[in-house]
Design a protein around this ligand. Structure first.
Ligand SMILES: NC(=O)c1ccc[n+]([C@@H]2O[C@H](COP(=O)([O-])OP(=O)(O)OC[C@H]3O[C@@H](n4cnc5c(N)ncnc54)[C@H](OP(=O)(O)O)[C@@H]3O)[C@@H](O)[C@H]2O)c1
Length: 361
């Protein structure tokens, strides 16, 4: 069976990456692409790298134009998808790459985003360890999926195994991320001009203000919950919150995130027990890989691939576990996670249309 697909926000970075991956997916056929200021343009004029989709023309992003498809991927600025997806039929699989449906707690939405709160959908990070299983279990059969924030999923994947296994403490987490400017989208913004970025490393959203913080805390609360927890259950809600100091730094690379995330070691825990926690979490995962002891990833190792590579060390003197995680923000950080989650929801092979191999050099 071939599923008919629409992509909203197809002129942007996330939309473009969705289209690149969907063009190679054997069960998905992209039939509608929508945009905002670029509506009416030929897709190939806006996304010249997508030669195999040259027959498509961008149309307005309206519920009407997105109706009549089996699957709709949405890659719009936050606050824009909720208005539109509310009008799509319940049986359509809708995967939102924006933030509108990621947060379970409306107070978090109000504090970090503001505006209308559209409610939480099933979170699209299948590998997150939760209770006796994985977030994957909740994605089976889902028809509304919230793909993750790129920084949020990177840090959550980095730290969740240790919290889930009880070998690191959920308080006093620290994450510093080197991030590429494509994470901020294609629209013109002064801090993202080449003249501001080339030859410089530029911190932003310092001091607990970044919008991905509540999303990270939410994932880590789920990871901490004992038993086969429903993330929205009272038992899970009563798990202690993680506390995290989170600092992103824009660096001169188009794509990629390198997250150094550290946590206090639970006293008395051996280095072997720490490594076993991450090995247990990710041993069978096709896209999330723990590197051997002493090995650490580079962003260049994951470009174009739906992989997260994690290096792990125990700093005995500091009493901290150190994780270094590399992902491509546009693939595992958004479009790849969206397609992987859609595959699971539809009962397809999870890896269809996705690759573990990156582009090098
Ligand atoms: N970039 C990443 O690495 C990344 C990672 C994870 C999640 N995301 C999320 O994915 C979503 C898209 O991000 P992006 O990086 O692709 O942004 P982008 O490059 O700026 O693209 C935004 C898209 O939304 C359209 N758009 C802009 N204003 C609109 C409006 N008022 N109404 C309807 N459509 C509008 C744009 O159309 P026109 O170009 O035609 O105006 C474009 O297609 C965001 O919610 C972002 O948080 C992005």
């Amino acid at each position: 069976m071939v599923f008919s697909v629409a992509v909203a926000g197809a002129s942007g970075y996330a939309g473009g990456e969705l289209l690149r991956l969907l063009a190679g997916h054997p069960e998905f056929e992209v039939r509608t692409v929508t945009a905002h200021s670029n509506a009416g343009q030929r897709l190939i004029d806006v996304q010249p790298s997508l030669r195999s989709l040259a027959h498509l023309t961008l149309v307005d992003t309206t519920p009407q134009n997105l109706s009549g498809h089996d699957v709709v991927f949405v890659a719009l600025p936050h606050g824009k998808s909720g208005e539109i997806t509310a009008h799509l039929p319940a049986e359509t699989l809708v995967v939102d790459c924006g933030a509108d449906h990621r947060l379970v707690n409306s107070d978090d939405w109000a504090a970090f985003y503001g505006g209308d709160y559209f409610g939480a959908w099933t979170y699209g990070v299948p590998e997150l360890p939760i209770g006796a299983g994985k977030q994957r279990d909740r994605l089976v059969g889902a028809r509304r999926i919230a793909a993750p924030g790129c920084n949020a999923s990177t840090v959550a994947l980095a730290l969740a195994p240790g919290i889930h296994a009880g070998v690191i403490e959920a308080q006093d987490l620290v994450a510093v991320l080197a991030v590429g400017p494509s994470g901020a989208g294609k629209s013109l913004k002064l801090p993202n001009l080449a003249a501001e970025i080339l030859g410089s490393a530029n911190p932003y959203a310092v001091g607990g203000t970044h919008r991905h913080i509540p999303e990270i805390v939410q994932s880590l609360r789920w990871a901490a919950a004992a038993g086969p927890a429903d993330p929205t259950s009272a038992a899970c809600a009563s798990s202690p919150d993680a506390t995290i100091s989170f600092t992103p730094v824009i660096v001169p690379m188009s794509r990629g995130i390198l997250a150094t995330a550290t946590a206090r070691l639970v006293p008395g825990t051996s280095a072997a027990a720490v490594r076993a926690a991450w090995e247990d979490a990710y041993a069978d995962e096709p896209f999330v890989h723990l590197l051997p002891d002493g090995h650490f990833p580079r962003t260049a190792d994951v470009l174009g691939a739906n992989t997260a590579l994690i290096g792990l060390a125990v700093d005995e003197a500091a009493g901290r576990v150190v994780t270094i995680t590399a992902i491509d923000n546009l693939v595992k950080g958004t479009a790849g996670a969206a397609i992987q989650s859609a595959n699971i929801a539809l009962g397809l092979t999870e890896t269809l249309g996705l690759t573990m191999n990156g582009v090098a050099p």
